[in-house]
Ligand binder design. Structure first.
Ligand code: LLP
Length: 430
């Protein structure tokens, strides 16, 4: 098979200054804020496509499908952008299935359905859509899947999501590969469950899947987990199961800080680790990357409302809050914060950058050195393309931000700002 070469490397972040103005690719962020208001999510289409193509290139020598994890950023325009390049999708709900259908119907055939608590209506919708693979996370779910497949007269291809008991260093909320976590089925119990499953006429034991967590920076745990999966596949074949798919999950991490980061090299290291883990296994490889594809392509643009001092502390209060980007509040996640107008001098302040939401946990950064800002200035929270918009809420009755997709110098509105009418629409005041 031919080795595809990746497109020339581009900067890992699409945001850069030109004549003191901060641009996203060719688009001027200050003008976009004036035209669309703030807070505003901005994404580079070029960066998203580039990241996807890095995976395509790194795995070109084996049969594979890159199933982008919809939860990372479920915007229809982004799903469509990826689907048109051949992406499949990893979904975790009936809602995400609908998103794939709406974005690019033919991609339903490349959907894998993960999640520990699938409901009957969700399973039925996925069976009717004839998705590629159900990643089953418990024996109870397997029985339910068999029953629904029989009721609808549709054979269900499934993989057990095994828990390999491999430790991957990441935040405890997003680590999943240890037996103490709720995810997956103990790998030692898997062989017996496949045996039982094979008795169901409507179930097709087509694969094995694994996912050990998210924002994993070292690639060795991926290799270790996959080596265990590969050994299991060999046993399953001995038992007569026709295993055609191996799903390695997602989880490859990015650099949220300021050290040099080379996405192409990172994906190549990851591919080498998976190849090691797979040894001679040649089943069709499924991958579920989310963050790595969209995180650095996106940022949250926000305007400073107030700069205030309380005792010795300085607070920069922005018009974006934890309802717009919850990662710092939820995981103490670090996001770089940069001014939209490049300062002439080197004047800095040490401040907490916080939102207007009525919670002390509503912060983006604490005791951070940033360039001096004043009310009305725009700042950009970097690396917010993944688990940013998809984790927004209406807390404090705040409408969700708008989203723009930048294509060269063109900005396309891909989601309008929510209105007061949107906010109140589902309610019945009695
Ligand atoms: N596949 C499965 C089964 C998953 O549970 C996840 C993420 C992925 C794929 C994609 O992982 P990624 O490539 O994006 O790391 N909200 C957290 C991250 C939660 C990840 C949940 N599962 C954050 O903001 O860091």
């Amino acid at each position: 098979m031919t080795k595809k070469t990746a497109a020339p490397e581009i900067s890992p972040r699409p945001f850069a200054y030109r004549n003191r103005k901060l641009l996203c690719d060719g688009a001027d962020l200050s003008s976009l804020a004036d035209a669309h208001g703030t807070p505003l999510y901005v994404y580079s289409a070029q960066q998203i496509s580039h990241r996807f193509q890095l995976f395509e290139a790194a795995f070109a020598s084996r049969p594979h499908t890159i199933c982008y994890a919809v939860k990372a950023n479920s915007s229809l325009a982004i799903l469509r952008l990826l689907a048109k390049q051949g992406a499949g999708f990893d979904i975790v709900s009936g809602g995400e299935l609908e998103r794939v259908r709406k974005a690019h119907k033919p991609a339903l055939k490349k959907v894998v359905f993960s999640g520990v608590g699938k409901q009957v209506w969700e399973i039925d919708a996925a069976l009717q859509a004839d998705i590629l693979l159900f990643n089953v996370e418990s024996e109870a779910e397997l029985h339910l899947l068999a029953a629904r497949a029989e009721a609808l007269g549709r054979r269900a291809r499934f993989a057990l999501r095994v828990n390999p008991d491999v430790f991957a260093e990441t935040h405890p909320y997003i680590s999943t590969g240890l037996s103490e976590h709720k995810f997956g089925i103990d790998i030692k119990a898997a062989r017996a469950i496949y045996r039982k499953a094979a008795k169901y006429k409507w179930l097709d034991p087509a694969g094995v899947s694994v996912h050990i967590g998210s924002q994993i920076r070292k690639v060795d745990p991926f290799a270790a987990a996959l080596a265990r999966v590969t050994a299991l596949i060999a046993d399953l074949r001995k038992d007569g199961h026709d295993i055609r798919y191996v799903d390695a999950g997602g989880g490859l991490g990015i650099d949220y800080g300021t050290t040099a980061f080379h996405p192409a090299q990172q994906v190549e290291k990851y591919a080498a680790a998976l190849t090691r883990g797979l040894a001679n296994e040649s089943a069709h490889l499924l991958l579920e990357p989310g963050r790595f594809i969209v995180a650095q392509a996106g940022a949250l643009l926000t305007r400073v409302l107030v700069v205030k001092k309380n005792g010795s502390k300085t607070f920069v209060i922005t018009d974006a809050g934890m309802n717009d980007l919850i990662r710092p509040a939820l995981y103490h996640a670090h996001h770089e914060i940069i001014p939209v107008r490049q300062p002439a001098g080197k004047s800095t302040i040490t401040a907490d950058i916080v939102g207007p939401v009525c919670e002390s946990g509503d912060f983006f950064a604490r005791d951070r050195v940033i360039s001096a800002v004043k009310p009305g200035d725009l700042v950009l929270l970097l690396d917010a393309g993944a688990y940013g918009m998809s984790l927004t809420s209406n807390y404090n009755s705040r409408p969700r931000p708008a989203e723009l997709l930048i294509e060269g110098a063109q900005a396309k509105l891909i989601r309008r700002r929510e209105t007061m009418r949107d906010l109140l629409a589902p309610e019945i005041p009695g």
